[in-house]
Design a protein around this ligand. Structure first.
Ligand code: MRU
Length: 367
């Protein structure tokens, strides 16, 4: 069985409900941009590339099922819907990058309403296809870099969050590199952080690793330092990215920053895997990246909340267990920033960025 977070055929889109994994594999339809907005905000679909593609395709389905009188009506409709979709989650740049490209495309396409709609749909469908091939190339480039940098003896890898088929159109970025290294026979063992509070590691990455028969072990987030100390065969930490600033500072799932620090302390390579759509050349450093604050409920409860398609908590299905003292304050930033100084390489589909002798990445050459 192929793991597929996004099922698309012309006029129809369905996503795998990631709030229910690993217990249930349930798809539900996304008929329009409101469905997509709610699915992204509730994290029914999550992962930087996946949310961009679901937003783009939801609008493709909506356009295919709507009558327009003129090309300008289409352009106005697309502009409004994309602006709305971009507000669903702020940190990942892939969504606003996709929205900007799609809006430019409809504004630059001449012809009648049907022509403009068709141009939008073709471009959105291409994003789905391109993401898979980009991820395969990230995997290939990551494997080559690891062979060159770490050597040809088997080694182990640590990762955080979920960056695999469930977070993308398929194969994955950081998890794609783990897949490629495993496929080449070079992987000794993969370690996955459970990734509190939403548990993308224990629920989703563990699910993908088990699905692919990759030898793997789950640890809690607080075990990372002692794991590196006691397991010298771990030579590499590989993480995904929600937004890479011009200087290489990388926003990714909360906990990534501490991994970059412990990697340096233990002499382990710290690698970011990111499609070039995750590079935000307009943002100079990580200081400029907006970090999403999420619902305190994620921290003080487990197995919940389960959220309906309309974005409301489904109290009947939630079966929520409260694990914190009632009344305690909660801080729940969803992402943090690993500084470029602690990153050894940024692996993209176009090649691997490494720092020059002055310690600087030159990411603009990849765009
Ligand atoms: O909050 P999430 O689950 O959307 O966060 C996801 C991550 O931080 C991923 O590492 C990142 O989006 C890259 S996914 C290929």
């Amino acid at each position: 069985m192929v793991l597929e977070a996004i099922k698309y055929t012309p006029h129809s889109l369905a996503i795998l409900d990631q709030l229910r994994l690993p217990h249930e594999s349930v798809y539900f339809p996304i008929k329009n941009s409101v469905d997509a907005f709610n699915a992204i905000k509730s994290m029914t679909v999550r992962g930087a590339p996946a949310i961009a593609i679901v937003a783009a395709l939801a609008l493709a389905v909506e356009l295919a099922n709507t009558e327009f009188e003129s090309a300008d009506d289409v352009r106005e409709f697309v502009g409004d819907k994309l602006k709305y979709l971009v507000t669903s989650r702020p940190t990942a740049v892939n969504l606003s990058d996709a929205a900007r490209k799609l809006e430019n495309l409809v504004n630059e396409t001449d012809g009648d309403a049907t022509t403009v709609v068709r141009a939008y749909i073709t471009a959105a469908e291409k994003m789905l296809v391109d993401d898979v091939s980009d991820n395969m190339n990230i995997g290939k480039n990551g494997l080559e870099w690891a062979k060159k940098t770490i050597g040809s003896d088997k080694f182990s890898i640590l990762t955080i969050c979920n960056t695999g088929s469930l977070a993308t159109a398929g194969y994955g970025t950081a998890l794609g590199i783990i897949r490629s290294i495993h496929g080449d026979g070079l992987l000794s063992h993969a370690y996955a952080l459970e990734t509190r509070p939403y548990n993308q590691g224990s629920r989703l990455t563990a699910y993908e690793l088990v699905h692919d028969n990759i030898p793997a072990t789950l640890i809690t987030d607080s075990m990372a330092s002692v794991l590196l100390k006691s397991h010298p065969e771990i030579k590499m930490i590989v993480v995904g990215a929600d937004r890479v600033a011009k200087n290489g500072d990388t926003a990714n799932k909360i906990g990534t920053y501490q991994l970059s620090i412990v990697a340096k302390h233990h002499g382990v390579k710290f690698v970011v895997a990111a499609p070039t759509t995750s590079i935000d050349i307009q943002t100079k450093t990580g200081e400029g990246i907006a970090i999403e604050q999420r619902n305190p409920e994620e921290l003080v409860t487990v197995r919940g909340p389960v959220v309906d398609k309309d974005g409301k908590v489904n109290k009947e299905e939630a079966k929520t267990v409260h694990i914190a003292a009632p009344g305690i304050g909660v801080w729940n930033p969803s992402f943090d920033v690993a500084p470029a100084t602690l990153i050894d390489a940024i692996v993209t589909e176009k090649g691997v960025a490494e720092k020059d002798q002055n310690g600087e990445f030159h990411l603009e050459s990849f765009l």
